[in-house]
Write a protein that binds this ligand. Structure first.
Ligand code: A3P
Length: 287
């Protein structure tokens, strides 16, 4: 039987970081003082972060798509990766990406938080390909989905346990400064979700998308097909033999990866963790 392998991480205060991240930037990131005009895009990894970053970027640039010579992670930077000082010197209004749980995310009652949740099955598959493909961060090129599944279900991955993350935010789902969305709803009705984001950001954003050309441009340039083009805008380079960063963009692709027993184990964990919480009915739980 093949020996199972695990991704490598940089351990920092019981926290697993991708190997390219620095503990200094992580520490300065979590002590950043959130400001009134800041908007955080918050996700557990692989739940639609980049898609949301691009929607928000386009909303704040009159419907223009991110140019080919720019990278979204410099425009809407990842707090834990770049650190608090980088973010502090961004011009306002600031849009910031984070994968932190609610309690670790810099809080200000006048800061806005857009949270995107994705079902754990598709998230696990997407996270597997992410971890396999970023060799310099995880050294997991030979890892299988079965290897990764064991790390995912026990929360032994970067940014920790999927359920801890989801449950920390779902409790704040109805806070006035939180907009709680799901990847599945964004797939099902992108227009409605773009309008919800604009409304949440404020009247001047809503006014922008009343111009139908702007709304249509955002819809077009943030579609899976458009974002699959010129992918150097979204992440650092991945080896050519690995899956692209914008990979499949599907709901339910997990079925081609999960065994019966893996489905049962993750369903059971999802059922148990979300029982009696507002996350209980976010997705239908497979048998
Ligand atoms: P898959 O690996 O299932 O294809 P994140 O940005 O949080 O890392 O999430 C990445 C996931 O979002 C990937 O999922 C990616 O393909 C998907 N994604 C990115 N842009 C998308 C878009 N415009 N429409 C739908 N899915 C998108």
């Amino acid at each position: 039987m093949k020996k199972s392998i695990k991704p490598s991480y940089k351990l920092h205060k019981n926290f697993r970081l991708p190997m390219g991240f620095t503990p200094e930037n992580f520490d300065s990131g979590i002590t950043y003082q959130a400001q009134e005009k800041d908007t955080f895009i918050v996700t557990y990894p692989k739940c639609g972060t980049t898609w949301t970053q691009h929607i928000i970027w386009m909303l704040s640039h009159d419907g223009k798509p991110l140019p080919l010579d720019k990278n979204i992670n410099l425009e809407v930077p990842h707090l834990e990766e770049v650190g608090g000082d980088f973010v502090k010197y961004l011009s306002k209004p600031r849009f910031i990406k984070t994968h932190l749980t609610y309690n670790l995310t810099p809080y200000n009652p006048d800061t806005k938080y857009i949270y995107v949740a994705r079902n754990p099955f598709d998230c696990a598959v997407s996270f597997y390909y992410h971890t396999q493909g970023f060799i310099k961060h995880y050294d997991f090129a030979e890892g299988t989905f079965d290897d990764f599944f064991e790390c995912f279900i026990t929360g032994e991955v970067d940014w920790g346990d999927y359920f801890d993350h989801l449950l920390s935010w779902v409790q704040h789902k109805n806070d006035q400064n939180v907009l709680f969305l799901t990847y599945e709803s964004m797939k099902n009705d992108p227009k409605m979700n773009i309008i919800a984001m604009a409304k949440f950001l404020g009247d001047n954003y809503l006014e922008k998308i009343e111009n139908l050309q702007i709304l249509e441009s955002i819809l077009h340039h943030t579609s899976f097909t458009s974002m699959s083009q010129n992918q150097s805008r979204w992440s650092s380079q991945r080896p050519v033999n690995m899956t692209p960063f914008i990979r499949q963009g599907k709901v339910g692709d997990w079925r081609s990866h999960f065994s019966v027993s893996q489905t049962q184990r993750l369903s059971q964990k999802l059922r148990m963790k979300t029982a009696g919480t507002e996350a209980e009915n976010l997705w239908q739980i497979p048998e």
